[in-house]
Design a binder for this molecule. Structure first.
Ligand code: BTN
Length: 273
């Protein structure tokens, strides 16, 4: 299938995405850009945002050559298998609240995948989408802000849809899964992308109209690590404790063995028991 001269895979149709969204969305998906290959949809979307593209612009690629993960990691992005998508938002919130955008996206993606596939996706703080202890997707939010206002944010979403983890390097293949690998069924990426965009639009309206609390509450319901004993690695430091909750800024509240609470804003969580 061709879209403005660009070849689309059979299960990822931008025309179908546009048709499914038309008329029903408040902000997200007003403009959708498809690229067969790009270094990173996030980098591309940040550039468009810097040039003034409209809020809700979505960049989707079939493959990425320089996909970015959290904490400077790479996000391997083979063609024809997964969703690589970035959404430009212009929320009027201070930069210290930016983490709520990642929580909002995690809630939106988990809800969308559950609706499409019935896979019991959970969220591991801050942004890992998990099923049966393996990673099925991740979110990377980037912002441009001055001291008191975000000028724009890009929410980057990577979902393993039809990927075979065995095709990935062994060290990461063993930690990941995909919707197909977990369920045994092949899912059209179009359907999942549409549902993610609809959920993102719905939760973004809630954020703008009601505030952060409904998102934080839903995040808690979908989380797999809250109430569990976890090991949190922050740079070279490791904290072990009970993950009690998140606050409205998206910080993890960790109850340490001396009963004090440590607030953590960035790190890697491993669930111990
Ligand atoms: C993580 O869990 O480390 C976050 C992964 C985010 C990957 C997505 S794929 C689409 C978008 N473009 C990127 O370069 N990264 C995000």
């Amino acid at each position: 299938m061709k879209n403005n001269g660009i070849i689309e895979s059979h299960d990822l149709s931008i025309e179908e995405i546009k048709n499914s969204l038309s008329g029903s969305m408040c902000a997200v998906g007003k403009k959708i850009i498809f690229l067969e290959t790009v270094d990173s949809t996030n980098t591309h979307a940040m550039e468009l945002a810097g040039k003034g593209c409209e809020e809700g612009t979505v960049v989707i690629a079939d493959a990425q050559t320089g996909g970015k993960g959290r904490l400077g990691r790479k996000w391997l992005s083979p063609a024809g298998k997964n969703i690589y998508m970035s959404i430009v938002l212009r929320p009027h919130i201070p930069p210290r609240n930016a983490a709520i955008l990642t929580l909002m996206s995690a809630v939106s993606c988990a809800t969308a995948i559950k609706k499409c596939s019935s896979i019991p996706v959970t969220i591991k703080w801050p942004n890992d989408l998990m099923v049966a202890g393996k990673k099925i997707g991740g979110i990377l939010t980037e912002i441009k802000a001055d001291m008191d206002r975000i000028s724009y944010a890009v929410i980057g979403i990577g979902i393993n849809v039809n990927l075979n983890p065995m095709d990935m390097p062994a060290e990461i293949g063993s930690t990941m899964t995909s919707i197909k690998h977990h369920s045994g069924d092949v899912y059209p990426r179009t359907e999942i992308a549409v549902e993610i965009l609809k959920e993102t639009d719905r939760w973004y309206s809630i954020l703008l109209n009601t505030g952060k609390k409904p998102i934080a509450d839903e995040w808690m319901l979908l989380s797999s690590g809250i109430g569990r004993t976890v090991k949190v690695t922050v740079g070279d430091t490791v904290f072990t404790g009970v993950a009690e909750s998140i606050d409205e800024e998206g910080m993890l509240m960790l109850r340490l063995p001396d009963n004090s609470i440590k607030k953590i804003n960035s790190g890697d969580v491993a669930i111990l028991r």
